[in-house]
Design a protein around this ligand. Structure first.
Ligand SMILES: Nc1ncnc2c1ncn2[C@@H]1O[C@H](COP(=O)(O)OP(=O)(O)OP(=O)(O)O)[C@@H](O)[C@H]1O
Length: 265
């Protein structure tokens, strides 16, 4: 279980996060929403120890998270793969926490790690491309290799910061499908920041909404109403987008009381 308590991050006068508290249950697939500058990246960076909070705390399974940790994996928008290496070798570098980089790339690792890397590539649908150099892969395939690498790390918490932001809608959907499948198969607690509301509404089991650094929404798909989206984004076009997609997600106005928390002045 991930417990975030009164998390606050200030950059000088900028309040990137202000008193944010929530709990993620084991295995939950949660989407972090909010417009540009709302504090999504800051939140994820505080959760993986890349940024130190100004105040508040983060605990994973009861242990305080205050440094970069092996059991917290991150998928970035720019996947940071080694392009000259194969998908397999890149996936294998996910075991870096347990082996020095050179051992990983020279594949001087045990059979267990090799099988783990192949298993992860299979989960993201790239087993047949395991030997292909990443440089020759599409952006979506590269992002799936990034997910496989994160899986090889065998994390308890998987964070993804705008993992499909630079992809076309079709590839974005495919990557999100594999990300969610992987999270389910490996039973990993996952928090994904997205700015595409339609994709978020389709894949998220739960949503956290940030606005100006404050958590103003925490709810399930049926509570993610156009009113909530409007509150988060203040953008009529985005509301229309939410209405026209994921019809089975009931993003309609028939829910009268969205779980909007008080927006502080
Ligand atoms: N290193 C930094 N130094 C100063 N201000 C920062 C820094 N990082 C973020 N901020 C500020 O903190 C606020 C939150 O930024 P953050 O990047 O977390 O938002 P975001 O929701 O991820 O936005 P985007 O989707 O555009 O990345 C913004 O006002 C941003 O300018």
């Amino acid at each position: 279980m991930l417990e975030v308590t009164d998390l606050t991050k200030h950059y000088g006068d900028v309040r990137a996060l202000e008193d944010v508290s929530f709990t993620l249950n084991d295995g939950e697939f949660t989407v972090l929403l909010g417009q540009s500058g709302a504090g999504k990246s800051t939140m994820l960076r505080c959760l993986n120890g890349l940024t130190s909070p100004t105040a508040g705390s983060v605990a994973l399974d009861g242990a305080t998270l205050d440094n970069s940790r092996e059991d917290v994996a991150m998928v970035f928008q720019q996947h940071n793969l080694v392009e000259g290496f194969s998908a397999y070798t890149n996936a294998l570098t996910g075991s870096l926490g347990r082996h020095p980089f050179l051992r990983s790339v020279l594949q001087l690792v045990g059979r267990k790690e090799k099988l783990t890397a192949l298993d992860a590539l299979g989960t993201v649908g790239l087993l047949d491309e395991a030997d292909q150099r990443v440089a020759t892969m599409s952006g979506g395939q590269q992002q799936r290799v990034g997910i496989a690498r994160a899986l090889v790390q065998q994390p308890d918490l998987l964070l993804a910061d705008e993992p499909v932001a630079s992809l076309d809608p079709g590839s974005a959907e495919t990557v999100m499908h594999y990300l969610k499948t992987a999270a389910n198969e490996y039973d990993i607690t996952t928090l994904v920041s997205l700015h595409q509301v339609n994709i978020a509404a389709y894949f998220g089991d739960r949503f956290l909404g940030l606005k100006d650094g404050e958590l103003i929404f925490d709810g399930g798909p049926e509570e993610l109403t156009p009113g909530v989206v409007d509150e988060l984004y203040g953008d009529v076009e985005t509301v229309a987008l939410a209405e026209e997609t994921a019809p089975d997600r009931k993003t309609t106005t028939d829910v009268t009381e969205p779980r909007l928390q008080e927006v502080r002045p």
